[in-house]
Design a binder for this molecule. Structure first.
Ligand code: EPU
Length: 433
């Protein structure tokens, strides 16, 4: 298990480019199950969750190869997916789904394409219970027979049929699973109270390029007119707003100056608005999104924040925002409304000198408190990112253990941070002190 050794403080400065969005790439890979034709995905992030998804697809008869685009800045990875086996299993085993909940995204396409799917129930994880009842209710509404036994969900349907279904709450992968399934259903499906995240809209763009007929994705109601078959396509994954947002938060909290290139300001609006409110300078131009702090605007001010489904403030940036608030003047209240257990970074931040008090679903941060380097332990992907940012801002040496969480969703984070001037080294376990 690698760790990061960070020597701070550093004001992050320079240019950085986000990789393709992990949470858009994962459902895009699952879409390969819907066709016999090849699928080509540009700007595929080189992160561990994608490698896990490729292993799962390989088990399901979809081979994938990576090449490097020479036309793109940054040498993005291009993934080429192609069916290799006609008689592959239609199941997602526990070993693969337990390490990556997004494995559940193969349920909809396998069922729609083959009339049968057996997928391990993902179980809880570090940030909450995370049931998949909405995925299952939605598939049942499309006519599937859904059974739970031995830790697996088993679904059958000769051919799914279009229906009207309203989610009890907006779910990102739930909406994606239903889009994948309804694309090959007979007739029209109307989905209501859908997740409006940009990653859902990106999946719909890919499916439409494959021949699906989806309208309204990115809004609350999505209409899918089922088709009999889908073909191949070439698609470019949207930039990762959470990864990009992490570097912008890093710029603000270290009094730095970072230009995030080739990003979508619209997708990042909830964060950019908040950064402007707390006193960072935010400028959007054709060159990218520039965030500066510690200049004429004076010190950062505390700002309350509630996480919410898109277009609210993303839960995936909550931990990084908490790190930022330790550097701002005043008391900020952070409410986590999406997941019930996503404050595990708070006690680790406290070990670095932060004054954070957690009470149920909310946390109060008293700032500013000088951060000092410490040995800390990451519990999940975004908590890791929060601790790395805190390490860059802190005085002295910070050692962040369990970096494998970070590698699930951040491509070459140490390299990108080094490019912004940070002193960060990846140390393999064997060499760690
Ligand atoms: N929920 C249910 N029933 C369901 C589905 C969801 O009660 O059937 C609840 C969840 O427990 C949660 C809320 O609904 O309280 C929202 O969960 P959602 O289903 O939207 O989350 P997800 O699809 O499992 C995706 C991202 C997460 C991100 C959330 C919220 C992917 C692969 N994962 O998860 O990303 O936090 O949406 O935006 O897209 C991450 O990248 O670090 C990460 C955790």
């Amino acid at each position: 298990m690698d760790r990061f050794v960070i020597t701070g403080p550093t004001a992050l400065a320079g240019r950085v480019r986000a990789s393709g969005a992990k949470n858009a790439a994962l459902p895009a890979l699952a879409a390969a199950l819907l066709t016999d034709q090849p699928l080509t995905l540009h700007r595929a992030p080189r992160v561990r969750d994608l490698r896990t998804m490729r292993r799962l697809l390989d088990h399901l008869g979809i081979g994938s190869e990576e090449s490097r685009a020479d036309t793109d800045a940054g040498g993005d990875a291009v993934l080429h997916l192609r069916r290799t086996g006609q008689s592959s299993p239609h199941d997602a085993p526990y070993d693969l789904v337990k390490t990556m909940r997004a494995g559940v995204l193969v349920l909809g396409p396998l069922l729609a394409r083959h009339g049968y799917a057996r997928v391990s129930l993902p179980g809880g994880c570090a940030i909450g219970v995370r049931p998949i009842d909405q995925h299952l209710k939605g598939l049942a509404a499309l006519g599937a027979d859904v059974r739970l036994a031995h830790g697996y969900v088993e679904t059958r349907a000769e051919r799914l049929r279009g229906a009207r279904f309203r989610f009890d709450l907006p779910t990102v992968t739930g909406t994606e699973n239903l889009l994948l399934a309804a694309s090959l259903a007979r007739g029209t499906t109307v989905l209501e109270n859908c997740a409006r995240e940009p990653e859902v809209a990106d999946l719909a763009r890919l499916l439409n390029a494959m021949g699906a007929r989806i309208s309204g994705a990115g809004g609350e109601a999505i209409v899918v007119e089922g088709v009999d078959e889908l073909g191949g396509a070439t698609h470019t994954i949207i930039p990762d707003r959470i990864e990009g947002g992490t570097y912008l938060i890093g710029a603000a909290m270290t009094g730095g100056d970072v230009l995030l290139e080739d990003a979508s300001a619209a997708d990042l609006a909830p964060l950019l608005d908040k950064l402007a409110v707390i006193g960072a300078e935010v400028a959007v131009s054709p060159a990218g999104i520039r965030v500066r702090a510690g200049t004429a605007g004076g010190p950062l001010r505390a700002g309350d924040m509630d996480t919410a489904p898109h277009p609210g403030f993303p839960t995936d940036l909550q931990a990084q925002y908490m790190a930022l608030m330790t550097c701002a003047e005043g008391i900020s209240t952070i409410r986590e409304t999406v997941f019930e257990n996503r404050f595990q970074h708070a006690p680790e931040l406290a070990r670095m000198g932060a004054d954070v008090r957690v009470d149920g679903g909310s946390a109060r941060v008293h700032g500013p408190t000088p951060l000092t380097g410490a040995a800390v332990m990451a519990t999940d992907l975004r908590a890791s990112a929060c601790l790395v940012l805190a390490g860059v801002a802190a005085q002295g040496e910070t050692v962040v253990a369990r970096i494998y969480h970070l590698d699930r969703g951040y491509e070459g984070m140490e390299l990108k941070l080094q490019g912004l001037g940070a002193r960060v080294a990846r140390v393999p376990e064997s060499e760690a002190r």
